[in-house]
Design a protein around this ligand. Sequence first.
Ligand code: ATP
Ligand code: MN
Length: 453
Amino acid sequence: MAEPAEFIGKTVDVKGWVRSRRGNKYVQFVALNDGSSVKSLQIVFDLTKFTDDDLRLVTTGASLHVQGTLVESQGKGQTVEIQATELQVYGTADPDTYPLQKKGHSLEFLREKAHLRPRTNYFSSVLRIRHALAYAVHKFFNDKGFCYFHTPLITASDCEGAGAQFQVTTLPLGDLPLGKDGSVDYSKDFFGKMASLTVSGQLEGELGATALGCIYTFGPTFRAENSNTPRHLSEFWMIEPEMAFYEIADNMDLAEEFIKYCISYALEHCKDDIEFLAEYFDKELPERLKFVVENEFVRLPYTEGVRILEDSGRKFEFPVYWGVDLASEHERFLVEEHFKKPVILTDYPKEIKAFYMKLNDDGKTVRAMDVLFPKIGEIIGGSQREDDFGKLKGRMEELGLEGMDWYLDTRRFGSVPHSGFGLGFERLVLFVTGMQNIRDVIPFPRYPKNCEY
Ligand code: ATP
Ligand code: MN
């Protein structure tokens, strides 16, 4: 980007939207923003050159084209400003009806105006950081030689979390074709079988990894879980790397390196936006980000984690014992109070983890790894995969999983040790922006009873 100093004294053209306007009877100051930065450009209208009537339509939200001279600013808060010579108003914004009038609307109010909120400083900052993180994700994996592998959004494999899937159908819901036994006849449906939106690209990702070596996916993911929490969306973006020849320790190293890379990238490239969000929402944000980048994540087996929780003397709302699926309060205790660092929890009881995770020699635990973060809880879930054909097939039969022969082929032919993980992109954006609610880090959030735009 060009340095403003190069343009001092020159005539420049700028286009953007009015954020605010103030002034007196001699001069009017307009903050103009084109979306490229949280910092608006100050335009100075000298009222000996412009009349009140010329500026009548210059109100918050209006779009302008201004020509003028770039000069060093005398005022506080900016180094340069434009002394306007020409003004063109593209589109007006009636002050009586434009919803984003005053500064400092609440996030709840802005969520109701989600179609306009990218025009605010908060959301444009969040969205620029989101963009930078998405770019960092691709750059990280590309530089490591990973292949971006596109897994389907519509899928017929219903083995992962069946209850949480959105069904995809073209059958008439008011007049469903029924089979002899009274159940829906899916052979009449669009795909000739039951289909739904993906909850994870992992199983297909494994097909990619066992051919291309290291792959990653980065795409929309859909979960119909009715969890109205500040950490769950019904439609979110997930990044799922899958690596042939990686064991669990390699998987953990990659997850840590990856997350640190993304956060460092944002710290380096989104300084103004992070500073702005820190000032208005979360003073400790920059420190917290640096802390995560500079410190090694703790690696802790589940069994030890449970022992720490049991010995803590803390009265938790949900009881802790070996075998329990840890609740968010337990995870946060380990991360925020006990270690005061991100924790990678490993080797969970097999009963609480997915069927494809590799069984440890103890026969009780699997090579799972969850990365737990301050304020967020689980940000990554991953594992080394079971690569033994017999063990995997046995586990699938135990759990009654059928119709997955294509998946078993990865173990039937040329099976290799391999690992992978899933990072919820919005949870990363949540952490980096310091926002409190995941609905505020995606342009158009989808959650139970809400599907606007
Ligand atoms: P949680 O226990 O928080 O619901 P999970 O165990 O269901 O997470 P995984 O199935 O392991 O999560 O998915 C991998 C990652 O995807 C999670 O670590 C999290 O970052 C993200 N994730 C999962 N569900 C959601 C959701 N509904 N909205 C946003 N991100 C999600
Ligand atoms: Mn979940």
